[in-house]
Design a protein around this ligand. Structure first.
Ligand SMILES: [Zn+2]
Ligand SMILES: [Zn+2]
Length: 315
């Protein structure tokens, strides 16, 4: 069956086809790498490219961007969650080289500017809990408990959908869960398996720090958080920030599968590997389980007006 016929199988879709023809923009997430030794992700539309953290060397970041055909010179902003080395180690060299604006709260900036980047002219500050617009992406920040000066997590919203990004937190407070409740794609920390951590050779003080309310989220705690948000919108969960010696992808994924949620794709990000480019496609959210509208082999995404028609208040 030709793809066009195969995809247009529901009269519900036909109502929207005229509108959908107008909406073919891309909204995507690529995890450039994630783990206890380095974290960075790319959030992109056709018009805007944002890096969340730069926890790899500038050279590594460039190579990983190159792997997904993105020129470092066109990065619009680097957003920082907090000042720990596994989130900022390539920041200075990368930003100085390409003169990229850095967005963070003042506490994180102070922690960084004490040592370097004191004279950097492209700092932009936001208050924790505030929202701001970068071209066609709305960024919302919110507090998470972690042993940094003023750690934050983010949600990213565009006309095509929303992404939640929540790593480096000792536990998931109610406010954080509310902020990620309606996202389509969620990146969440699954730092460790509690038994593997307890059995590891790490000093007692380090174990206590990781397990504390300002440490890191375990597989089990992350799975409980995913189960708790439980909205119809969530379609993809990307596990990140895995400890190299206190966790394994199969163990982390198993914890997620154990919550028994159907209709969600789970993917485990890796430290040394760039993830696939995950497209945020609200058309996959349709409760009718219809396929995306396609034309000439290209699947369209839903526009803001489509969401409004559906009565979804996602911005
Ligand atoms: Zn941290
Ligand atoms: Zn970290």
């Amino acid at each position: 069956m030709p793809q066009k016929e195969k995809c247009v199988t529901n009269s519900f879709h036909l109502v929207f086809r005229a509108k959908l023809r107008l909406a073919s923009r891309v909204f995507s997430l690529t995890v450039l790498g994630s783990g206890s030794s380095g974290n960075s992700a790319l959030i992109a539309t056709d018009n805007c490219r944002i890096l969340v953290d730069i926890g790899f060397s500038s050279r590594q970041i460039c190579q990983r961007l190159q792997a997904v055909d993105v020129n470092p010179e066109i990065i619009d902003a680097v957003l920082l969650t907090h000042e720990h080395g596994d989130h900022v180690c390539g920041l200075e060299v990368f930003c100085r080289k390409y003169q990229i604006p850095i967005y963070c709260n003042s506490g994180t900036a102070e922690a960084l500017r004490n040592n370097w980047l004191t004279d950097y002219p492209h700092w932009h500050f936001f208050g924790t809990g505030s929202a701001f617009i970068l071209k066609d992406i709305e960024v919302r920040s919110f507090y998470v408990p972690h042993d940094a000066i003023d750690p934050v997590s983010f949600t990213f919203l565009s006309n095509e959908g929303s992404i939640g990004f929540i790593t480096d937190l000792g536990y998931a407070p109610k406010l954080a869960l509310e902020r990620i409740r309606d996202v389509h794609t969620l990146v969440i920390e699954t730092n460790h398996n509690e038994k593997l951590l307890q059995d590891s050779q790490r000093p007692w003080s380090v174990k206590q720090r990781i397990l504390s309310r300002h440490g890191h989220l375990s597989n089990e705690a992350a799975a409980r958080s995913v189960a708790a948000i439980g909205g119809d919108q969530l379609r993809r969960v990307i596990l990140g920030h895995l400890s190299r010696d206190c966790n394994r992808p199969d163990v982390a994924l198993e914890a997620m599968y154990s919550i028994g949620r159907t209709g969600i794709d789970f993917y485990c990000a890796e430290q040394d590997k760039v993830s696939p480019v995950f497209a945020i496609k609200p058309c996959l959210l349709m409760k009718e389980q219809v396929e995306p509208v396609c034309e000439n082999g290209h699947c369209h995404q839903y526009s803001q007006s489509s969401f409004e028609f559906l009565g979804w208040n996602f911005v």
